[in-house]
Ligand binder design. Structure first.
Ligand SMILES: CC(C)(COP(=O)(O)OP(=O)(O)OC[C@H]1O[C@@H](n2cnc3c(N)ncnc32)[C@H](O)[C@@H]1OP(=O)(O)O)[C@@H](O)C(=O)NCCC(=O)NCCS
Length: 166
């Protein structure tokens, strides 16, 4: 799979309209809104392109700066942070794979691309934050090591301390 794909910043040449992950809100966002959000610098967007399908987009994610109030962070994590009131995070706002490319490892590859991009960033963030849209998405993130921030479990983080070394 990886040999056929390249991951790069969203550009004008990418065919956004053909993308279909099956979740209407995510498809609509990618078709109509993400370009404007990138131009306004309120998010970054990275896409996995099918090298054989030229600019066909197989999956995408968005990444933006955010912060989490310290009192929201479970004690076990918060004790490793200074008591500044809030801690900086990279928000993985959206992640979606086109239905034609599901179940082939691409979701995991894009998730780790986002995590490593946040870990390499020159702007410091202590974790990657996600708001899972449903139980299935939550299970996907837990499978990859994310832990809950809230009692409902839909807001999750992956701390980056230690990841840089590995
Ligand atoms: C969730 C989603 C991104 C997964 O992408 P995918 O390419 O089908 O998943 P992958 O093939 O990369 O799976 C990677 C790993 O995650 C696991 N996994 C996938 N979906 C899972 C789920 N819902 N629960 C638990 N584990 C899951 C796979 O078993 C695989 O495990 P392995 O590496 O140990 O073999 C994709 O189904 C999707 O786009 N869904 C619609 C949008 C969405 O829900 N986005 C996420 C929240 S906004």
């Amino acid at each position: 799979m990886t040999a056929r794909l390249r991951i790069e910043a969203l550009g004008a040449a990418h065919d956004r309209k053909a993308f279909a992950c099956g979740v209407e809100a995510l498809d609509r966002y990618f078709h109509d809104q993400v370009g404007q959000d990138v131009r306004r610098r309120v998010t970054a967007c990275y896409v996995a392109c099918d090298a054989e399908g030229r600019d066909r987009v197989a999956g995408f994610y968005t990444l933006a700066a955010a912060s989490v109030v310290l009192s929201e962070i479970p004690q076990a994590l918060a004790k490793r942070l200074p008591r500044y009131g809030a801690a900086p995070v990279a928000l993985l706002g959206r992640l979606a794979i086109d239905q034609a490319y599901r179940g082939q490892g691409l979701g995991g590859i894009l998730l780790w691309d986002a995590v490593m991009r946040a870990a390499r960033s020159e702007v410091a963030v202590f974790a990657v934050l996600v708001d899972a849209k449903d139980a299935e998405a939550e299970a996907f993130y837990r499978h990859h090591g994310f832990v809950s921030l809230d009692s409902e479990g839909r807001r999750l983080v992956l701390p980056l301390t230690g990841l840089r070394q590995t």
